[in-house]
Ligand binder design. Structure first.
Ligand SMILES: Cc1cc2nc3c(=O)[nH]c(=O)nc-3n(C[C@H](O)[C@H](O)[C@H](O)COP(=O)(O)O)c2cc1C
Length: 164
């Protein structure tokens, strides 16, 4: 799985679109993630509308990278009918990492823009997407062809390993 050691956050994109077939692969990867009790609490909004992308890019002080992306995926989680109601944010984290790795392996760049659990940012995104009360936005993932990227930095640190 070379993408684990290749993926970096990409915040600048060309104008090239993300092909529909590739969007489906991103979401197939997302839904292949593990989740508590296999509850799969996720719903994915795929935003290509530029006006809405601009609005999303203003939902957090750190969401400006979305403004230059041709596509933004907004993973959301259900709050009702969950078998493991303490776990949807953790489930969504696994799913988002799968999207980031799949984007890298398809030659795209992406970045995880934190929304949950910050209530102000969540309200902002919910208003832009007009989400129902039972659905909460987890993060924003701008995706596109990288205009600028860099090599992954090796963060391996043997001192963080505690063998018993
Ligand atoms: C929970 C979470 C929230 C993040 N939020 C933002 C964000 O709001 N804006 C942004 O540009 N990057 C955001 N990032 C990306 C991190 O800044 C990035 O992953 C980190 O600096 C390590 O760099 P790398 O992804 O290139 O390895 C977030 C990452 C995570 C996991």
């Amino acid at each position: 799985m070379q993408s684990i050691f290749h993926r970096v956050s990409v915040r600048e994109f060309t104008d090239d679109p993300v092909k529909s077939v590739d969007v489906e692969w991103l979401l197939r990867a997302a839904m292949a993630a593990p989740s508590a009790c296999n509850q799969q609490p996720w719903e994915f909004y795929v935003v290509r509308d530029q006006e809405m992308i601009q609005a999303l890019s203003k939902c957090s002080p750190y969401s400006s990278p979305a403004a230059g992306a041709p596509l933004v995926i907004v993973p959301c989680y259900r709050t009702e009918g969950l078998e493991a109601p303490d776990y949807p944010l953790i489930d969504l984290s696994a799913s988002v990492e799968n999207i980031l790795l799949q984007a890298d392996s398809l030659g795209y760049g992406a970045v995880w823009i934190g929304i949950a659990p910050n209530e102000t940012r969540m309200t902002n995104v919910s208003e832009v997407l007009k989400l129902p009360e039972t659905l909460k936005p987890f993060c924003l993932i701008p995706v596109g062809v990288p205009a600028k990227t860099h090599e992954q930095i090796n963060r391996f640190d043997r001192s963080r390993i505690h063998e018993i």
